[in-house]
Design a protein around this ligand. Structure first.
Ligand SMILES: [Fe+2]
Ligand SMILES: [Fe+2]
Length: 405
């Protein structure tokens, strides 16, 4: 059961607030809503009691949206901050990039807004431990969604765009583009030096896969030079790429559609991203979790729970949620260590990621910190899946052999 959540809407136009109140009426049972016509009034309301989520307009006279969210971030770091904006690239919006968790373009379709708010509520709920909630919302260097990813998304929103347009975005960032080609030509993907350009990579792998790789490559490279050791980063990268490929193969055997396959791939690629967030931002405590896992032979996520009262799975899901990554991916990442508790159809992307993750560990036990999570029948609610485990192990083993040439 989800606790009742609270959302504060801030806009200088009363008409906009009335519109929101009407459009979101169906959410009244699960959400307490309050409305403020400016930054000052919003802060007065917040002073009475903090809200779980704040949605504010960018352009307001006096205190604008970025200034308000800056204050909210400082005073109430656990509040999820969403900004409504008319223009993506004006200077005010650029200021808001550092203080907003999520941007919504105006005009905002009410159904879309409802989905986004529900997702924000669920994520807020998942961050049950107040300490972690504060930690995650207050982390100064919570990675931001890479520009190149946003740009690819914009290109894809244009119905006239072509494969070359996507490739052009990738090519603009020379360092990233060469990393992409290196990866696609590596044994992981089995294309051995035949892919010479981003356009060819898009042709071979598809736009969505390239988009996911761009996102993951960028995020991982942003952590280089942080408090994370190169070994930890490299080993996690290899495990993540492997898990992405395995997840996609596994879900194919369950007759998934193209969209699920793509979401499966990116979920596998990003499933352990929370480890990077924790290790880079709270290195001393993360070290403690690693030491605990090694000393008591625990799964790393259990040691994380002891230290943070949540694991990298929830932290990762939280980050992807505020980036506005598709809900299926957010949920798969959040539930990849407890797929059996995940509500939904018997076979989910979360279950596929969970299997792929464990098979990747089985094939390289050395890579585990503490003990490896094990693949067992209890993870699944259906016998159909239990019967498939052998087939999946074989499939992934085949891919792994290809990887080692
Ligand atoms: Fe994990
Ligand atoms: Fe993992």
């Amino acid at each position: 059961m989800m606790d009742k959540k609270s959302i504060l809407f801030v806009d200088d136009e009363q008409m906009v607030l009335d519109g929101l109140r009407r459009a979101l009426r169906s959410m009244r049972k699960s959400v307490d809503m309050a409305f403020a016509t400016g930054g000052r009034e919003a802060l007065e309301i917040l002073a009475e009691h903090p809200f779980d989520i704040i949605v504010c307009d960018m352009r307001m006279p006096g205190m604008d949206g970025a200034q308000l969210l800056q204050k909210v971030k400082k005073l109430y770091p656990a509040t999820i901050r969403i900004i409504l904006t008319g223009q993506a690239d004006d200077s005010a919006t650029k200021r808001a990039i550092h203080v907003a968790h999520q941007f919504l373009m105006k005009p905002c379709d009410p159904e879309n807004l409802k989905i986004i708010l529900k997702r924000a509520c669920l994520l807020h709920q998942l961050m049950t431990h107040p300490l972690l909630k504060r930690t995650v919302s207050g982390i100064d260097h919570l990675p931001s969604l890479p520009d190149s990813y946003v740009e690819i998304q914009q290109v894809l929103n244009d119905p006239c765009s072509s494969v070359q347009d996507v490739a052009n975005v990738v090519e603009k960032d020379i360092a990233m583009s060469s990393k992409l080609l290196q990866l696609v030509n590596s044994a992981f993907f089995g294309h051995f030096n035949e892919v010479k350009s981003p356009a060819k990579a898009v042709h071979l792998l598809g736009i969505e896969t390239v988009k996911s790789l761009v996102l993951a490559l960028k995020v991982f490279s942003d952590f280089k030079g942080s408090k994370i050791s190169d070994n930890f980063l490299k080993s996690l990268w290899n495990h993540s790429v492997e898990t992405a490929l395995f997840t996609k193969e596994i879900i194919k055997t369950m007759g998934a559609n193209k969209r699920d396959e793509e979401n499966a791939f990116v979920s596998g690629l990003l499933h352990d991203i929370g480890k990077l967030v924790l290790a880079a931002n709270i290195p001393d405590l993360y070290r403690k979790a690693i030491d605990l896992a090694k000393l008591y032979q625990l799964e790393l996520r259990k040691a994380e729970f002891k230290v943070f009262k949540a694991s990298h799975a929830e932290v990762g899901g939280y980050l992807l949620g505020i980036w506005g990554i598709p809900g299926d991916v957010v949920e798969a990442v959040t539930f990849h260590h407890r797929s059996h508790q995940y509500p939904g159809s018997p076979f989910t992307i979360a279950a596929a990621v969970a299997c792929a993750d464990r098979i990747s560990h089985e094939l390289d036990v050395e890579r585990c910190i503490g003990i490896c999570p094990v693949l067992d029948e209890k993870m699944f609610g259906s016998t159909e899946m239990v019967e498939k485990i052998g087939e999946w192990r074989q499939l992934c083993n085949g891919l792994k052999e290809q990887e080692h040439g």
